[in-house]
Write a protein that binds this ligand. Structure first.
Ligand code: MN
Length: 242
């Protein structure tokens, strides 16, 4: 039996003429393909409101991928919106906050990607920079114009982390974010930094596998084996339950 890997879903409004603004539940197909290539059974998890349904979703999966997307509502970490804030989805925030809490209670392995890492950090008590321009000394292009499968900046990895055991001191990543982690949630540690000091990965302390990365490994996984290996490491956690 292969592990069931839940991918947190999103809602998109249909732009076509047939059903204008009709709402569809979806996840980007790169997550589906990366999970498949890494040996898991991909399952897209739609946003629902009922807390008991969210709990049952969390119980039935073997691991959780928190996918990328909108900015996190800054009110959730006690800030008013900056003029540089992008689009937000409070409904998705509420859903994923419950999902994260249930997944942590049940000790499900979590791989949190881009917005996923940001909502994970906020849910566990951390804060964000609403825009990278608000960080002193941040000088690198974190919203690359190069294709999504091309690594454009390096990240330095901290010793003693899952990422260090997988990669050693440094890797190159793609980068599609304009927000970043400010205060790391209690019980988490910084696992990687870009050369300009932006937090690029966080991990939960202890033996429960909860890893957040600011880049998009799913967009590189087909062409770059080292990014597929991150999904494999995450999926392998199923064989060694904590
Ligand atoms: Mn970056």
């Amino acid at each position: 039996m292969k592990p069931f890997i839940g991918i947190s879903g999103n809602i998109i409004s249909d732009q076509g003429k047939r059903f204008p603004s009709y709402k569809r539940a979806y996840a980007s197909n790169d997550y589906v393909e990366a999970v498949t290539l890494a040996g898991g059974v991909p399952v897209i998890m739609p946003i629902v409101e009922d807390k008991d349904l969210i709990k049952q979703q969390a119980e039935r999966i073997d691991g959780l991928i928190l996918s990328g997307g909108q900015d996190v509502d800054p009110l959730l970490y006690g800030e008013e919106p900056s003029q540089k804030l992008g689009s937000i989805s409070p409904k998705r925030d509420v859903y994923e906050q419950h999902l994260i809490q249930f997944a942590i209670q049940k000790k499900k392995p979590i791989l949190a990607i881009c917005r996923g890492m940001q909502i994970l950090n906020v849910t566990c008590g951390g804060t964000l920079y609403q825009d990278i321009s608000l960080i002193d000394g941040a000088s690198i292009e974190h919203n690359q114009r190069a294709s999504s499968n091309i690594p454009t900046h390096s990240v330095s990895i901290k010793e003693g982390t899952h990422l260090y055991r997988l990669y050693g001191e440094q890797i190159s990543t793609n980068s599609f974010h304009h927000q970043a982690v400010k205060k790391v949630a209690l019980g988490f540690r910084v696992a990687a930094l870009s050369k300009d000091g932006v937090i690029e990965a966080i991990e939960k302390e202890g033996d429960h596998f909860v890893v957040g990365v600011q880049w998009h490994p799913e967009m590189m996984a087909k062409e770059h084996e080292y990014m597929l290996n991150l999904f494999k490491l995450f999926i392998e956690q199923q064989k060694f339950p904590v």
